[in-house]
Design a protein around this ligand. Structure first.
Ligand code: HEC
Length: 200
Protein backbone atom coordinates (compact mmCIF):
# COMPACT_ATOMS: atom_id res chain seq x y z
CA UNK A 1 0.00 0.00 0.00
CA UNK A 2 2.64 2.46 1.07
CA UNK A 3 4.85 1.63 -1.89
CA UNK A 4 2.15 2.09 -4.49
CA UNK A 5 1.39 5.52 -3.04
CA UNK A 6 4.96 6.71 -3.08
CA UNK A 7 6.33 5.29 -6.31
CA UNK A 8 4.23 7.16 -8.89
CA UNK A 9 4.95 10.44 -7.14
CA UNK A 10 8.70 10.03 -6.84
CA UNK A 11 8.71 8.75 -10.43
CA UNK A 12 7.26 12.02 -11.59
CA UNK A 13 9.60 14.00 -9.44
CA UNK A 14 12.64 12.25 -10.93
CA UNK A 15 11.34 12.90 -14.43
CA UNK A 16 11.18 16.59 -13.65
CA UNK A 17 14.41 16.99 -11.74
CA UNK A 18 16.70 14.87 -13.90
CA UNK A 19 17.30 16.43 -17.31
CA UNK A 20 19.46 13.44 -18.30
CA UNK A 21 16.37 11.32 -18.68
CA UNK A 22 15.42 13.49 -21.66
CA UNK A 23 11.82 13.69 -20.50
CA UNK A 24 10.32 16.93 -21.68
CA UNK A 25 9.33 19.12 -18.75
CA UNK A 26 6.03 20.67 -19.69
CA UNK A 27 4.06 22.97 -17.40
CA UNK A 28 1.66 20.04 -17.00
CA UNK A 29 4.30 17.55 -15.79
CA UNK A 30 5.69 20.23 -13.51
CA UNK A 31 2.28 20.97 -11.99
CA UNK A 32 1.54 17.27 -11.57
CA UNK A 33 4.88 16.72 -9.82
CA UNK A 34 4.30 19.70 -7.53
CA UNK A 35 0.81 18.52 -6.55
CA UNK A 36 2.05 14.98 -5.97
CA UNK A 37 4.85 16.20 -3.74
CA UNK A 38 2.53 18.45 -1.72
CA UNK A 39 0.07 15.58 -1.19
CA UNK A 40 2.84 13.21 -0.19
CA UNK A 41 4.54 15.65 2.20
CA UNK A 42 1.26 16.55 3.88
CA UNK A 43 0.27 12.92 4.30
CA UNK A 44 3.65 12.11 5.84
CA UNK A 45 3.60 15.09 8.20
CA UNK A 46 0.01 14.47 9.30
CA UNK A 47 0.57 10.78 10.02
CA UNK A 48 3.68 11.53 12.06
CA UNK A 49 2.13 14.46 13.97
CA UNK A 50 -1.03 12.52 14.84
CA UNK A 51 1.09 9.62 16.12
CA UNK A 52 3.24 11.94 18.22
CA UNK A 53 0.83 14.66 19.39
CA UNK A 54 -2.66 13.27 18.87
CA UNK A 55 -5.29 14.82 16.64
CA UNK A 56 -5.97 18.01 18.60
CA UNK A 57 -2.23 18.61 18.80
CA UNK A 58 -1.85 18.33 15.02
CA UNK A 59 -4.01 21.21 13.82
CA UNK A 60 -0.94 23.22 12.98
CA UNK A 61 0.11 20.62 10.37
CA UNK A 62 -2.74 21.65 8.06
CA UNK A 63 -2.44 25.27 9.23
CA UNK A 64 1.30 26.04 9.48
CA UNK A 65 3.21 23.20 7.83
CA UNK A 66 1.16 23.22 4.63
CA UNK A 67 2.13 26.85 3.93
CA UNK A 68 5.78 25.99 4.69
CA UNK A 69 5.81 23.01 2.31
CA UNK A 70 4.03 25.17 -0.28
CA UNK A 71 6.62 27.95 0.06
CA UNK A 72 9.42 25.41 -0.42
CA UNK A 73 7.86 23.88 -3.53
CA UNK A 74 7.09 27.31 -4.98
CA UNK A 75 10.73 28.25 -4.69
CA UNK A 76 12.02 24.94 -6.02
CA UNK A 77 9.69 24.79 -9.06
CA UNK A 78 9.06 28.48 -9.73
CA UNK A 79 5.28 28.16 -9.54
CA UNK A 80 2.49 29.54 -7.35
CA UNK A 81 0.52 27.07 -5.24
CA UNK A 82 -2.73 27.44 -3.35
CA UNK A 83 -5.01 25.05 -1.47
CA UNK A 84 -8.64 25.94 -1.89
CA UNK A 85 -12.13 24.45 -1.53
CA UNK A 86 -15.85 25.21 -1.73
CA UNK A 87 -16.36 24.73 2.02
CA UNK A 88 -13.51 26.40 3.86
CA UNK A 89 -11.96 26.24 7.25
CA UNK A 90 -9.75 29.28 6.73
CA UNK A 91 -11.49 32.05 4.73
CA UNK A 92 -8.04 33.12 3.49
CA UNK A 93 -8.03 30.00 1.28
CA UNK A 94 -11.10 31.17 -0.69
CA UNK A 95 -11.23 30.21 -4.39
CA UNK A 96 -11.25 32.83 -7.14
CA UNK A 97 -13.92 32.71 -9.86
CA UNK A 98 -12.09 30.20 -12.08
CA UNK A 99 -11.22 27.94 -9.15
CA UNK A 100 -14.79 28.04 -7.87
CA UNK A 101 -16.18 27.04 -11.24
CA UNK A 102 -13.75 24.14 -11.45
CA UNK A 103 -14.46 23.03 -7.86
CA UNK A 104 -18.18 22.93 -8.63
CA UNK A 105 -17.56 20.88 -11.76
CA UNK A 106 -15.29 18.38 -9.95
CA UNK A 107 -17.67 18.12 -7.01
CA UNK A 108 -20.50 17.27 -9.41
CA UNK A 109 -18.35 14.61 -11.07
CA UNK A 110 -17.51 12.98 -7.72
CA UNK A 111 -21.19 13.03 -6.70
CA UNK A 112 -22.16 11.35 -9.98
CA UNK A 113 -19.45 8.73 -9.44
CA UNK A 114 -17.39 9.86 -12.44
CA UNK A 115 -13.63 9.35 -12.21
CA UNK A 116 -11.53 12.49 -11.75
CA UNK A 117 -8.35 13.19 -13.72
CA UNK A 118 -5.30 11.83 -11.91
CA UNK A 119 -2.83 14.40 -13.19
CA UNK A 120 -2.99 18.10 -12.57
CA UNK A 121 -5.48 19.31 -15.21
CA UNK A 122 -5.32 22.60 -17.08
CA UNK A 123 -8.26 24.87 -16.27
CA UNK A 124 -7.12 28.25 -17.52
CA UNK A 125 -4.67 29.45 -20.17
CA UNK A 126 -4.18 33.17 -20.79
CA UNK A 127 -1.64 35.53 -22.27
CA UNK A 128 -0.78 39.00 -21.03
CA UNK A 129 2.03 40.86 -22.79
CA UNK A 130 4.95 38.42 -23.10
CA UNK A 131 3.78 36.13 -20.32
CA UNK A 132 1.59 33.10 -20.69
CA UNK A 133 -0.22 31.99 -17.53
CA UNK A 134 -1.24 28.36 -17.22
CA UNK A 135 -3.33 27.21 -14.29
CA UNK A 136 -3.60 23.59 -13.21
CA UNK A 137 -5.55 21.85 -10.48
CA UNK A 138 -5.28 18.52 -8.76
CA UNK A 139 -8.22 17.23 -6.72
CA UNK A 140 -7.68 16.74 -2.97
CA UNK A 141 -9.83 13.86 -1.77
CA UNK A 142 -11.13 13.16 1.74
CA UNK A 143 -9.24 10.21 3.17
CA UNK A 144 -9.57 8.20 6.38
CA UNK A 145 -6.93 10.26 8.19
CA UNK A 146 -8.74 13.54 7.46
CA UNK A 147 -12.01 12.48 9.13
CA UNK A 148 -10.96 13.42 12.70
CA UNK A 149 -10.69 17.08 11.67
CA UNK A 150 -12.91 17.41 8.55
CA UNK A 151 -15.42 14.56 8.96
CA UNK A 152 -18.99 14.43 10.25
CA UNK A 153 -19.24 16.22 13.65
CA UNK A 154 -19.87 12.97 15.53
CA UNK A 155 -16.51 11.67 14.27
CA UNK A 156 -14.56 14.72 15.51
CA UNK A 157 -13.23 14.33 19.07
CA UNK A 158 -14.33 16.94 21.63
CA UNK A 159 -10.85 18.42 22.10
CA UNK A 160 -10.44 18.88 18.33
CA UNK A 161 -13.87 20.54 18.14
CA UNK A 162 -12.81 22.91 20.89
CA UNK A 163 -9.53 23.80 19.21
CA UNK A 164 -11.29 24.31 15.87
CA UNK A 165 -13.98 26.52 17.41
CA UNK A 166 -11.26 28.66 19.00
CA UNK A 167 -9.09 28.97 15.88
CA UNK A 168 -11.74 28.90 13.14
CA UNK A 169 -15.03 30.40 14.30
CA UNK A 170 -16.34 30.35 10.70
CA UNK A 171 -15.26 26.75 9.99
CA UNK A 172 -17.27 25.18 7.16
CA UNK A 173 -14.81 22.38 6.41
CA UNK A 174 -16.51 19.63 8.43
CA UNK A 175 -19.08 17.01 7.48
CA UNK A 176 -17.02 15.49 4.66
CA UNK A 177 -17.13 11.75 4.07
CA UNK A 178 -14.23 9.65 2.87
CA UNK A 179 -14.01 9.72 -0.93
CA UNK A 180 -15.64 13.13 -1.28
CA UNK A 181 -13.89 16.08 -2.88
CA UNK A 182 -12.26 18.11 -0.10
CA UNK A 183 -10.74 20.73 -2.41
CA UNK A 184 -8.03 21.30 -4.98
CA UNK A 185 -4.38 22.14 -5.13
CA UNK A 186 -4.29 25.05 -7.57
CA UNK A 187 -0.98 25.62 -9.35
CA UNK A 188 -0.07 28.58 -11.54
CA UNK A 189 2.82 28.28 -14.02
CA UNK A 190 4.03 31.37 -15.87
CA UNK A 191 6.02 31.08 -19.08
CA UNK A 192 7.85 33.67 -21.16
CA UNK A 193 6.58 33.71 -24.71
CA UNK A 194 9.61 33.46 -27.08
CA UNK A 195 10.14 36.57 -29.25
CA UNK A 196 9.93 34.77 -32.62
CA UNK A 197 6.56 33.21 -31.81
CA UNK A 198 5.25 36.59 -30.80
CA UNK A 199 6.02 38.20 -34.20
CA UNK A 200 4.50 35.50 -36.40
C1 HEC B 1 -5.33 17.68 12.87
C2 HEC B 1 -6.48 18.22 12.18
C3 HEC B 1 -6.50 18.14 10.67
C4 HEC B 1 -6.36 17.00 9.91
C5 HEC B 1 -6.14 15.58 10.37
C6 HEC B 1 -6.54 17.44 8.54
N1 HEC B 1 -6.75 18.80 8.48
FE1 HEC B 1 -7.05 19.89 6.80
N2 HEC B 1 -7.16 21.58 7.89
C7 HEC B 1 -6.98 21.63 9.26
C8 HEC B 1 -6.89 23.03 9.65
C9 HEC B 1 -6.67 23.54 11.08
C10 HEC B 1 -7.03 23.80 8.46
C11 HEC B 1 -6.97 25.31 8.31
C12 HEC B 1 -5.62 25.65 7.74
C13 HEC B 1 -5.37 27.13 7.62
O1 HEC B 1 -5.51 27.84 8.63
O2 HEC B 1 -5.01 27.56 6.50
C14 HEC B 1 -7.17 22.85 7.37
C15 HEC B 1 -7.30 23.21 6.04
C16 HEC B 1 -7.36 22.34 5.00
C17 HEC B 1 -7.46 22.74 3.60
C18 HEC B 1 -7.43 24.16 3.04
C19 HEC B 1 -8.78 24.70 2.71
C20 HEC B 1 -9.54 25.22 3.90
O3 HEC B 1 -10.59 24.65 4.21
O4 HEC B 1 -9.10 26.20 4.55
C21 HEC B 1 -7.49 21.58 2.88
C22 HEC B 1 -7.61 21.46 1.36
C23 HEC B 1 -7.41 20.49 3.82
N3 HEC B 1 -7.32 20.99 5.10
C24 HEC B 1 -7.39 19.16 3.46
C25 HEC B 1 -7.13 18.13 4.34
C26 HEC B 1 -7.00 16.75 3.93
C27 HEC B 1 -7.14 16.24 2.50
C28 HEC B 1 -6.72 16.02 5.05
C29 HEC B 1 -6.41 14.55 5.15
C30 HEC B 1 -5.31 14.08 4.34
C31 HEC B 1 -6.68 16.96 6.16
N4 HEC B 1 -6.93 18.22 5.70
C32 HEC B 1 -6.46 16.59 7.46
C33 HEC B 1 -6.91 20.57 10.14
C34 HEC B 1 -6.73 19.26 9.76
Amino acid sequence: MKKSLILPVTGLFIAVSTPLLAVEVTPQTKATAVAGRLNLEMRKKLTLAIQQNGLAGSLNVCAKEAPAVIADLEKQFGVTIKRTALRLRNPANAPDAAEKQLLEKLDGMVKRGEPLPQDAALFSDSVSGKIRTLRFAKPVMMQANCVGCHGPTEKIPADVKQALAAGYPKDKAVGFKEGELRGIISITVKEDIPEDKEKK
